[in-house]
Design a protein around this ligand. Structure first.
Ligand code: FMN
Length: 167
């Protein structure tokens, strides 16, 4: 029988790839996994879609795919470099969700913190401005999260998708 669930994802530096593959591990009997851009959701009922955050929303190739999900049940997840300060994650989720076609059914949406190329920029900025406490604080935060997504994040991602699908 054809598998009715698709895990589609976009990844530039590998973080979203890791989370998508962890989710696939627990759904492999019912799902297929495909990396954008050459993916069609046509033959699937439900799509688990993983994007990475670029300037506060999903990266462009993910947005194009998200806009094509008319009539589907959708589970969204994203990876991003920043922490959840000042309601940032909620803003990102809203920015992405407004791109979904009106008739698709959003089952769940989760963000996962990951390392980012910003870490190198912050290290450089800190080296050039050692007395700037704001940069120092941001750098420490990014250093503390440089190994993510870690095993715990991957487990959370698996549990998130399984719990959404059980509903
Ligand atoms: C061009 C670019 C823009 C980014 N913009 C943001 C952003 O606006 N907010 C954020 O939290 N992280 C941002 N990041 C960090 C990525 O979202 C994060 O590293 C993500 O996990 C990358 O996923 P990937 O490894 O699957 O490519 C950006 C990274 C890149 C390369």
């Amino acid at each position: 029988m054809d598998k009715k669930l698709l895990i589609a994802y976009s990844s530039r530096t590998g973080n979203t790839d890791k989370v998508a593959k962890a989710i696939y591990e627990v759904l492999s009997e019912q799902a297929e996994i495909k990396k954008l851009p050459d993916v069609s959701s046509e033959k699937y009922d439900t799509v688990v879609m993983g994007y990475w955050v670029d300037k506060g929303t999903a990266n462009e190739e993910s947005l194009t795919f998200i806009k094509s999900l008319a009539g589907k049940k959708v589970i969204l997840f994203g990876t991003l470099g920043a922490g959840d300060y000042d309601g940032y994650y909620q803003k990102v989720r809203e920015a992405v969700e407004k791109e979904l076609p009106a008739d698709c059914i959003l089952l769940g949406h989760q963000l996962f913190r990951a390392t980012s190329i910003m870490l190198n920029r912050l290290r450089k900025q800190h080296a050039e401005n050692p007395d700037d406490l704001e940069i120092k604080k941001r750098l420490e935060d990014y250093e503390n999260n440089k190994h993510r997504p870690d095993a715990e994040d991957l487990k959370k991602a698996q549990e998130f998708v399984l719990s959404v699908l059980r509903k």
